[in-house]
Design a protein around this ligand. Structure first.
Ligand SMILES: [Zn+2]
Length: 165
């Protein structure tokens, strides 16, 4: 089913911006934030981005509230690295993108809207959706995040299990 999912509206419906760090609230499973987590490891979490640039846009972040990536322990660094690779393995299957943009914005002036260190995994598609098409009703902007979340939780669990064996 094709339809336009309005993320702004979710944020609006869930009330004002919560106090405190949004990624720490997600880590603590706070009911003040929309929980879009799809996978958890010893040191890190993977969540859908609330304001996705593209379908399947994920964020990987350490559970520890860190701002500077130089402060990551070697265990955390390795864990994050593995989760970034796992994310691509899963997205290859669920979304089949043509390419990826991967990176982090460190520090608010660099464009990060969240201070807590996080890496963006943005799938890129051959034919990305233009605003004109959305208004013309020809294409969807994004998937329903809760449907995507369900699909990805399953896919991550299956892929993580396969890697362990
Ligand atoms: Zn935090």
């Amino acid at each position: 089913m094709n339809y336009f999912f309005n993320f702004e509206k979710i944020a609006y419906l869930s009330g004002n911006k919560p106090e405190g760090c949004i990624l720490c609230l997600i880590k603590d499973s706070s009911d003040k934030v929309q929980n879009l987590v799809v996978h958890e490891s010893a040191y890190s979490l993977i969540s859908l981005n609330m304001y996705p640039y593209n379908p399947g846009h994920l964020m990987v972040f350490p559970k520890r509230h860190l701002i500077d990536l130089r402060r990551l322990s070697s265990e955390e660094r390795q864990d994050i690295d593995q989760l970034i690779c796992l994310s691509m393995d899963v997205l290859d299957e669920t979304h089949a993108p043509a390419a990826y943009n991967i990176g982090c914005n460190m520090g608010l002036p660099a464009g990060a809207s969240i201070e807590h260190l996080h890496y963006h995994i943005v799938p890129r598609y051959h034919r990305e959706i233009g605003i004109a098409e959305i208004f013309a009703g020809k294409r969807v902007l994004v998937e329903n995040p809760f449907e995507t979340q369900k699909k990805l939780i399953k896919a991550f669990a299956a892929k993580a299990e396969k890697k362990q064996n």
